[in-house]
Design a protein around this ligand. Structure first.
Ligand SMILES: [Zn+2]
Length: 303
């Protein structure tokens, strides 16, 4: 069952609880738990090999609209929020509606936690914006039955040595101490937006491949876009995720390493813009993050 509530951090908590309740602590066992998809041939994440990219001139800039009318106002396990944001262009087969934002992380500087990697390099964190085809109106369970029903935007997060930068991430992480336990929530005021979180990234340069959800049931329904340019965030702020938020109450273990390991590419190709195309920085009316955040159920999983 899918409930239209929640936030990024709820998604992560759900994911952890799903694993714990199944006594699963290692994603290598998922293929035996959810055999329908998790051992399939178009699974995510993958290692992106820069020498094997296929140029595709249809991978143009994105049109992101309707993102500018609402803001991320709450981090909660039960709250409802947001207005629609819509995504088109970028070589996508149609228009998509944003439904969820969440993060993956590792365990402080020694253990990077992005899901995708590039030439074997894993970044400290990865931010995912999950969208469904607009005809499904944010219904993840229906969209998951369409081989291109979901469009996921992945942003790598790279660590910097300065302290408490950028301001948007300082604000976001300042609320983590208020949601250390599973059902905690906090209002975010003043609001921050998705644009605040990713604004410095050139979204016209990206990798594209067909993949899956990265938790059971690992549905192979996702058109993945992974941006080349990382979001730069101070290491001290990155460390707060793996040292603050617990999977249950404050005596339970911290949420760390909440990523899936890379999967085989098999016969797939990863596409990108032709190298002669330097790309233009997209002017996006974009992204006052108002995301309709959605609770990723244990049966469907999340990205
Ligand atoms: Zn994800």
């Amino acid at each position: 069952m899918i409930s239209h509530s929640a936030t990024a951090l709820e998604c992560l908590l759900s994911r952890q609880l799903s694993q714990i309740s199944s006594t699963v602590t290692d994603d290598t066992t998922w293929s035996t738990i959810a055999t329908q998809f998790c051992n399939g041939t178009r699974q995510s994440p993958i290692d992106i090999v820069s020498s094997n990219l296929q140029p595709d001139s249809s991978l143009t800039g994105f049109n992101l609209t309707g993102f500018n009318s609402s803001a991320l106002t709450k981090i909660t396990n039960t709250g409802k929020t947001g207005k629609e944001m819509r995504l088109a262009g970028g070589g996508l087969p149609g228009e998509y509606v944003g439904v969820q934002v969440h993060l993956h992380w590792g365990n402080k500087a020694s253990s990077p936690g992005s899901e995708h990697s590039v030439d074997g390099r894993r970044y400290p964190m990865e931010l995912h914006i999950v969208n469904t085809k607009s005809i499904y109106n944010g219904n993840l369970s229906v969209a998951a039955n369409d081989s291109e029903g979901l469009a996921a935007l992945g942003f790598f997060i790279e660590a910097t040595s300065e302290t408490d930068k950028p301001d948007s991430w300082k604000t976001l992480t300042s609320y983590l101490p208020k949601i250390i336990e599973k059902s905690n929530f906090a209002d975010i005021s003043p609001n921050i937006t998705v644009y605040d979180l990713i604004s410095a990234v050139n979204i016209s340069r990206y990798y594209r491949y067909l993949g899956s959800l990265t938790t059971p049931n690992c549905n192979e329904a996702v058109v993945w876009t992974v941006f080349k340019e990382p979001i730069k965030v101070s290491q001290n702020l990155i460390d707060l995720f793996s040292t603050t938020v617990h999977i249950n109450d404050s005596s339970s273990q911290l949420i760390i390493n909440n990523y899936r390991h890379v999967q085989a590419l098999n016969s797939r190709v990863v596409k990108t813009q032709p190298s002669s195309n330097t790309g233009t920085r997209c002017l996006i009316s974009l992204l006052s993050l108002g995301v309709m955040l959605i609770h990723a159920s244990q049966t469907l999983g999340s990205l």
